[in-house]
Ligand binder design. Sequence first.
Ligand code: ZN
Length: 248
Amino acid sequence: MAIHKTEGIILNTQNFRQTSLIINFYTRDFGKLSGLLKGAREELGKFGSNLDLFSLNEIVFYKKNQSKLHLVSQCDLKKDFRGIKKDLEKVKKAFSIVGLLTSLTVEEDKNEEIFNLALSCLEQLENGSRLDRILIIFKIKFLDYCGFKPHLDSCVSCNNRIISQARLSFKFGGLLCEDCLNKDIKSRNIFRGTVASILYIEKNNFDSVLRLGINHEIMRELNQVLDAFLEFHLDKKLPESSEIMIGT
Ligand SMILES: [Zn+2]
C-alpha cells in the first residue's frame, strides 16, 4: 500500500461499525475518494479536523490496490467554512455543490479543474454576496469540466450557424437550428441572453464571471436549463437541497 497526502473537501460521511467513519472526499490529486477513518467516533480529536461537511482538509491515506476504500491515517482541517454555516441560504448552495460532486463525478478520476472550481465556489459563498450566481457558475463550468458541455456555438445536428430562433435539445445536448427542429419534438425555447450567458461563463475565469450582469428572467431560465441538463445526465431528478440536508 502506498502512502499519499492530498487536500480533500468532505462530500458526505457515514458511520461504519461502532466507532469508525467512512468519508467521501473530493480531492485535488485523486478526484472523488472514499476513506475509512478508524476510531473517529470513539476518540474525538483523534483527527485534527471536526470532519464537517464541505470542510477542506489535508489527508494522509494508505491507498489500497484491491479496494476503493482507503485507510485515512491523518485528516487535518485547513478551512471549515464557518461563514457558510451561519447562513441557511449559503448552506443550501454548499449542499448542492457537494451533492453534484457526489452524483456526477467518477471515483478516483483526478480533475483538478473541478477541485479548484468547488473550492472557489465555497470560498466565494463564505465571503461574497453574489450568492444567486455562484451556483449557476458552478453548474456551467462543472458541466464543461465533466465533458457534458452543451453545444451552443452552432446547430448540434448539422453544425450550421444559428441565424434565427433556435431550440435547445437535451437529447442532442445543444441547440437545433430551424431545419433540424423536428429531430427532437421535446426541444425547448431558450432566450439568446441565456445562451450568451452560458458561453460567456464557460470562456471566462471565475472572478470575472462573478461580475457579469444577469437579469431575473435570464437567471430563472439559466436555473431551469442547467438543472434540466444535469438531470438528463444524472438520469434522475436533482434533489432539493433541503432533501440532501435531511438525508445526511
Ligand atoms: Zn441544424
